[in-house]
Design a protein. Structure first.
Length: 475
């Protein structure tokens, strides 16, 4: 039996807690059976965004014809793009591994951990225990039981990063952010992309207006079919064939491509971890139950990140790691606050979002005001030529507190961030925006225009041009 002061399961955001513990003089075990750095570094946020920037450049050039600039791309170097990504990821992981190897009080166990009794895990042929444990075990690809899928084969968000040859055609099963992001990447570099989503809407968690604008613009470059349930996968010559049932007419349609990519959601890793053996409860889907302090049902065991099945973003997991550290090792207990969790979809076009949708705000009982503005309502947006773009804001009509902001268009992730800051200070209202000088002509004017256009739901919205009115609106 090896005894530690703290065990951290998972090497993603859980490493924040491990690092703090080591710096405080504790002996820490990190259990990680896969690559050091977790999903974000190895097969999530970082590698995918390195791949997506070249796609953004390609799309920007192709769309520039609308503003009078016509150009052609002579070559897209797929091996170079992939090698540039893998080199950066590899260097980051190697740096982490060297840091761990040189830290005497931090021991990395490179096998799958499995609870066998209270506060005790079996890791390979060893047993490890600690009075405090943090479960940051992440999640993995959900593989649905589609007949033929396993036999015919597929790529996912992990194996896609090892591709040596660009597929000529690709079917992506799923209609969420992974499907949209990799659909953007492959379609931009010349692969014929077909997206088959089960839900009637693309990006079902976004505002319906946002989803529709993404669908409209992305449909120029990819074939998008929503409301289709894959029922079988077959092989035909050099191609793979997906049989899918349309939920509109209940008929079976065939789609063929050289390769299939699976992007149908995530599943819990608790079947490997067996947390129930130490008294940690999970829900029906296997996600670990936590309270507002991120405490599990077992005292002195906490869980964070994807393991809880809630907000699967690395920035949220980093925030949660701070909550866990305070609650586990300080006298100042801290509750989680998820009222302003931001996220982005780095597809084409980009999406940035924070807080409630209009439907969620209504369901929560708020008397809301809704404001909308298109990029072309302001001079910079018109200069960029993005007609199909939108900023939508939802505000509590009584307190002026910002409840949500949803943006689709270039730089959406940067634009929404200024609203995230407002939602985390003072009264969480939009008055600091209204009383601020807004750089003219900058794209950020479109955000204040959305607030300037606040109306009760269902009322018509006027559109002002930023060149004339962009930063004159005061409420």
């Amino acid at each position: 039996m090896e005894e530690y002061d703290l065990i951290v399961i998972g090497s993603g955001a859980g490493m924040n807690v491990a690092s703090n513990a080591v710096n405080s003089g504790m002996r820490v075990a990190v259990i990680e059976h896969f690559l050091m750095g977790g999903t974000c570094l190895n097969n999530g946020c970082i590698p995918s965004k390195i791949l997506l920037h070249p796609a953004d450049v390609i799309r920007e050039l192709s769309e520039a014809a609308s503003i009078g600039v016509k150009g052609t791309i002579t070559d897209i170097d797929f091996p170079f793009i992939m090698n540039r990504m893998s080199s950066f990821v590899g260097e980051g992981r190697e740096e982490m591994e060297k840091g761990i190897a040189s830290t005497e009080m931090l021991i990395w166990h490179r096998e799958t951990g499995e609870f066998i009794e209270d506060y005790t895990l079996k890791v390979g042929n060893k047993k490890v225990s600690a009075p405090k444990i943090v479960i940051a075990s992440g999640a993995r690809q959900l593989v649905p039981a589609i007949p033929g899928l396993q036999k015919i084969g597929y790529i996912d968000n992990i194996s896609v990063l090892d591709l040596k040859k660009q597929p000529k055609s690709l079917i992506i099963l799923g209609g969420g952010y992974i499907a949209c992001e990799y659909g953007h990447f492959f379609s931009a570099i010349g692969t014929e992309v077909t997206i088959l989503g089960r839900n009637p809407r693309l990006l079902k968690r976004e505002e319906p207006e946002i989803s529709e604008l993404v669908r409209r613009r992305f449909s120029k470059y990819a074939k998008i079919h929503t409301g289709y349930e894959a029922v079988e996968v077959r092989k035909k010559g050099a191609n793979k064939v997906v049989l899918a049932r349309s939920k509109k007419d209940n008929k079976i349609y065939k789609f063929k491509a050289e390769e299939i990519m699976l992007a149908m959601g995530r599943r819990s890793n608790t079947d490997l971890l067996k947390p129930e053996k130490t008294g940690v409860e999970t829900d029906k889907a296997g996600w670990i139950k936590v309270n507002e302090f991120l405490e599990t049902t077992k005292p002195n065991i906490w869980a964070l990140g994807d393991a809880t099945g809630k907000h699967m973003f690395r920035h949220t997991a980093n925030y949660e790691s701070g909550v866990v550290w305070r609650n586990a090792f300080t006298d100042h207990k801290m509750k989680t606050d998820y009222h302003a969790v931001p996220h982005a979809v780095f597809g084409y076009p980009q999406v940035g979002s924070v807080g409630m949708t209009e439907a969620e705000a209504k369901a929560a009982g708020y008397n809301i005001l809704v404001g909308r503005a298109m990029y072309t309502d302001v001079a910079k947006g018109f200069a960029m030529g993005e007609k199909d773009s939108l900023v939508k804001v939802i505000v509590d009509g009584e307190s002026r507190r910002i409840l949500g902001c949803h943006i689709v268009g270039s730089e959406a992730s940067d634009l929404v961030q200024q609203v995230v800051y407002l939602m985390n200070v003072g009264k969480q209202d939009y008055m600091p925006l209204a009383s601020s000088q807004i750089i003219h002509p900058a794209l950020s004017e479109v955000v204040i225009n959305a607030f300037a256009n606040l109306r009760p739901p269902g009322h018509a919205h006027g559109h002002q041009h930023g060149h004339e009115h962009g930063h004159e609106h005061q409420h």
